[in-house]
Design a binder for this molecule. Structure first.
Ligand code: SF4
Ligand code: SF4
Length: 376
């Protein structure tokens, strides 16, 4: 069975979150996994430098609750590590730790500044035989993946599986976007990374989640929940349901089901009973429209290709908001964005619609337009 623990966690007060984590870990029997002297790495979502109340990054109270629970059981070697968007360098890590509220918690855990990585084999790989994984994850004895629940402009859902993309060091991430511009291939790669990192436990921070243009430019949506599981795939399936989404419309979950990484019949829920919301989470503007269910099966592949060409979402700059910081250009996999006259310029040709630019823009100056012309 794939046990998914769900707990009402009404706010981020430390005692509330501590109690939720203790009950999750009790339900999952985490204590029996622990050994004296083991190295534990906590993998939050630290996409970019955002304050906790902006609902972009994992809330610091969730990381603190997990670290306190481990320390109470004699685990001393606890490191918090992620590779945020942009270059994986000490200065960038310092900024992210400080703005996201983690710097203030140093002492409860170590903050990672080792920017090295190690090649790890992916035995289950079908597109990739190995990945470069950041050292604190490659060298850990035990990994607790601590994701934030959000919508995502490319993958629709950002939860446990997508959080593990942060195991890839810095600007090697845009290279994967470039290598796999099609959603299905990119989703396959996310599943391969999850199988390579193999988190022992995944916790999802869904107290304040994000809807709309996630993972950075959406709106905070209160859910008042945390989730935990040993099976990251089953857990994401349940999380999508709790957002009011159809999990099987999300490519990575559909493929995980096809590959037998979990089965819906084997999901067992523990903890609080929670129903999906009456109003589903708002999807990103870039979300693919579902025309295909109206198209006879034999015409679906040519129709899909035609739609991809004619209705492909593309980034659109809100000129007055742009501050010319260049973060979009830095993260653009095919390097097509130029900064000219203190503003970003987005050519259509060469764009792979990955929305890494939107993800990294600090002032939310990048919107989505649907193209009615053929993309070159
Ligand atoms: S679009 Fe956003 S990320 Fe790009 S230069 Fe302008 S402000 Fe910076
Ligand atoms: S312009 Fe934006 S959406 Fe297009 S390829 Fe570059 S980062 Fe991706």
């Amino acid at each position: 069975m794939s046990l998914v623990s769900i707990r009402k966690t009404v706010d981020y007060r430390q005692e509330t979150v501590d109690a939720a984590i203790a009950r999750h870990f009790e339900a999952l029997g985490v204590e029996k996994d622990l050994r004296p002297g083991m190295k534990v790495t906590l993998k939050p979502n630290l996409l970019t430098a955002r304050r906790p109340e902006q609902a972009v990054t994992t809330h610091p109270s969730v990381l603190l609750a997990v670290a306190k629970w481990l320390r109470d059981r004699g685990i001393e070697d606890i490191t918090v590590a992620d590779s945020p968007g942009g270059p994986y360098v000490t200065a960038a890590l310092k900024t992210v730790y400080s703005v996201s509220g983690l710097k203030a918690l140093e002492g409860h855990f170590k903050l990672n500044f080792d920017t090295g990585f190690k090649e790890i084999r992916c035995p289950e790989g079908f597109q990739n035989r190995s990945f470069n994984i950041i050292n604190p994850l490659a060298q850990a004895d035990y990994i607790i993946n601590i994701a934030k629940l959000k919508t995502h402009s490319m993958t629709t859902l950002s939860a446990g599986i997508k959080n593990l993309f942060g195991a890839i060091p810095g600007l090697q991430k845009p290279e994967f976007h470039y290598k796999y511009p099609e959603l299905r291939d990119f989703s396959n790669m996310l599943l391969e990374i999850a199988a390579t990192v193999k988190p022992d436990i995944t916790v999802i921070d869904a107290v304040e989640a994000m809807e709309g243009n996630g993972p950075n430019g959406g709106d905070m949506r209160y859910m008042g929940l945390t989730l935990a599981s040993r099976n990251v795939y089953a857990q994401d399936y349940v999380a999508a349901r709790l957002m009011g989404l159809d999990p099987e419309s999300i490519a990575m979950l559909k493929i995980a089901l096809e590959k037998g990484l979990f089965s819906t019949g084997e999901i067992e829920l523990a903890g609080d009973t929670v129903q999906p919301p009456e109003t589903p989470f708002k999807l990103p503007d870039s979300a693919t429209l579902d025309f295909m269910s109206f198209v006879p099966k034999i015409f679906r592949e040519p129709a899909r290709r035609m739609m991809a060409n004619f209705l492909r979402p593309l980034p659109k700059l809100e000129y007055d908001k742009c501050i010319g910081c260049g973060k979009c250009a830095e993260s653009c996999p095919p390097h097509i964005i130029k900064i000219t006259g203190g503003r970003a310029v987005f050519p259509t040709a060469g764009c792979i619609s990955c929305f890494c630019c939107q993800e990294m823009c600090p002032v939310h100056a990048i919107k989505v337009k649907r193209n009615l012309r053929r993309v070159k």
